[in-house]
Design a protein. Structure first.
Length: 202
């Protein structure tokens, strides 16, 4: 095996350090005859440290697979962090969007009480804003879908309470589409160990 071309300068630096200190530990990339790259853990030791120009003895250990697994773990950790941040940002954006939906519904009712060109103008503006709010809501949903699931944080929670919160968020959309929501909960459903945020996302 040969030292990879781009690492030859680095390799020579490590050898000089080994000569100066008597021994030196480092990692280097090698290439085989068929062009495969091998990541090696290297340990260089002078055979006779106190003799000038003493030859070096070099031990090499293939750590390609170990390094590959380490990189995969680091990449998975980064993706998990990105996923968690995406979920947090998505929820923060969704809150003002829900408030905008509420005020748009109120404006829509107010517009219905006006007449003539003013009503048509208001309805066009409300429709345009609602379209953009819907688009942003879809982007938020995409972020939540892309967010990698983190560890579940289970705690005793009321299934009734979770359903109530979700229905409150969807109440305006249901009303606009002419849907009436009726709630009927069984008192026999006990508290359940759930991750409430994950349940609401679903």
């Amino acid at each position: 095996m040969l030292v990879a071309p781009e690492q030859r300068g680095t390799y020579l630096e490590h050898i000089e350090r080994a000569r100066a200190a008597g021994n030196h530990h480092f990692e280097i990339v090698l290439t085989t005859k068929d062009g495969q790259r091998v990541e090696a853990d290297a340990h260089a030791i002078m055979v006779e440290p106190h003799v000038p120009g003493s030859p070096l003895r070099l031990w090499l250990r293939d750590v390609t697979e170990r390094n590959r697994m380490t990189r995969q773990v680091h990449q998975a950790q980064k993706l998990a962090a990105v996923g968690q941040l995406s979920a947090i940002l998505a929820h923060e954006v969704r809150n003002p969007l829900n408030a905008m939906e509420l005020y748009l519904t109120l404006l829509e009712r107010r517009a219905g009480e006006t007449a003539g060109d003013i009503r048509e103008s208001m309805q066009r503006a409300i429709g345009s804003i609602r379209s953009e709010v819907t688009r942003l809501n879809e982007l938020v949903n995409d972020f939540l879908l892309l967010a990698r699931p983190g560890d579940l944080r289970r705690s005793p929670g009321s299934v009734h309470g979770i359903i109530d919160e979700v229905l409150e968020l969807e109440a305006l959309r249901a009303e606009r589409q002419g849907v009436r929501i009726e709630r009927e909960f069984s008192p026999e459903i006990p508290m359940a160990p759930v991750d409430q945020d994950k349940i609401k996302q679903a």
